[in-house]
Write a protein that binds this ligand. Structure first.
Ligand code: PHE
Length: 358
């Protein structure tokens, strides 16, 4: 019994001395583990005469429990102390400046589309959308595009199998099919822009197989070419932020407008440097015209009652002109250094009131 008491005192002492959780665990293994002192001694119980075995067994259990309880208590105490120490050491200094966040950038194409929508939104235009995968009717036929038109050629356009017994589908070659869809679903008066992705089988320094356009459509009873000219003049001056920017409307041809025009803005190229604004030169930026009566008819709108205008322009092109981006291909290189240079700060949304490009 004395021996047992000594063992208990010795073990409790060791528990009390354990300086940290690792040391405490070593004490536990040494005392209560499989080869621990208490365990080993309990094994010798079998050698005792049966009448002494019960009392000795109980005495061992008392020691075992006392040691286990002590270990548990010490463990809690050590754990708390450790936590206290950590909390003291890791205290947060709320007066420190916030860490700088690695902010992303808005791609110039997204920024430009936001600017376009902001300008036309201010003029009362709504935003319309259409599918990228179109059918022949919306992309060509309803727009009065004849079967022999080059845009329909296999090698100029991406066609997709239409599925069981269905005609081929086409990746829209322009945003003009949104004109058709809008006229089919809404009654005039209409005043909308349709920004979005377009596709053509073209790839060189000035053409990308995927690019962006913005379409405009206005249909009303008395909309005339003066409205077309006024709207586009206002738009170009707002977008390029040049109040006296001259515009030139050159006669042109599109199957879906009559008459049709191409719009140039004034520029100068002194010393090889392109500068937008009144100058001795012109730069083509968009196509437009009065909506062809056949197109109105194709959409169930009576051309003797309604008329209007449409326009379409390439977003990449006007983004390159405004932001001095020299190579079209860089838009889609996904080069982060390029994006950091040409990109825009998020949350600074373009608006007519605060300025389009901050
Ligand atoms: N859809 C024409 C193109 O892609 C542009 C355009 C739109 C011209 C609307 C006139 C009217 O070239």
């Amino acid at each position: 019994m004395d021996d047992l008491n000594r063992l208990q005192d010795q073990l409790l002492d060791q528990v009390a001395q354990a300086a940290d959780l690792t040391a405490l665990d070593a004490v536990r293994v040494q005392a209560l583990g499989k080869k621990g002192e208490v365990t080993q001694r309990m094994k010798s119980l079998g050698k005792l005469p049966p009448e002494e075995r019960k009392a000795a067994g109980q005495a061992f259990n008392v020691v075992k429990e006392a040691v286990a309880d002590a270990i548990e208590a010490r463990k809690t105490a050590l754990g708390e102390a450790q936590l206290e120490a950590r909390l003291a050491k890791e205290s947060i200094d709320v007066t420190l400046p916030a860490r700088p966040e690695a902010l992303g950038r808005i791609h110039p194409i997204s920024q430009t589309m936001e600017e376009l929508v902001a300008i036309f939104g201010e003029m009362g235009f709504a935003v319309a959308e259409g599918p990228h995968i179109e059918d022949d009717f919306h992309n060509f036929t309803a727009l009065n595009i004849p079967p022999e038109h080059p845009a329909r050629q296999e090698h100029d356009t991406f066609y997709l199998p239409g599925g069981e017994g269905q005609p081929n589908k086409v990746l829209r070659t322009h945003t003009s099919p949104v004109q058709i869809r809008s006229m089919q679903t809404s009654k005039p008066p209409l005043r909308l822009v349709a920004p979005g992705r377009t596709f053509r089988a073209d790839h060189d320094a000035t053409h990308s197989p995927m690019f962006h356009q913005i379409e405009g459509l206005v249909i009303d009873k008395s909309t005339h070419m003066g409205h077309l000219k006024g709207t586009l003049t206002e738009f170009c001056r707002a977008y390029f932020d040049i109040d006296d920017l001259p515009l030139r409307f050159r006669p042109s041809f599109f199957p879906f407008t009559e008459p049709s025009a191409e719009v140039d803005i004034g520029c100068s190229r002194d010393g090889g440097q392109l500068k937008i604004g009144a100058g001795s030169d012109w730069l083509e930026i968009l196509g437009c015209g009065m909506v062809h009566p056949k197109v109105l008819q194709n959409c169930g709108i009576d051309p003797t009652e309604y008329q209007g205008f449409a326009f379409g322009m390439g977003v990449e092109r006007i983004a390159m002109l405004k932001y001095g981006i020299p190579d079209l291909r860089t838009f889609y290189d996904s080069d982060l250094r390029w994006l950091r240079h040409y990109g825009f700060v998020p949350l600074e949304m373009p608006s007519m009131v605060r300025g389009l490009s901050l």
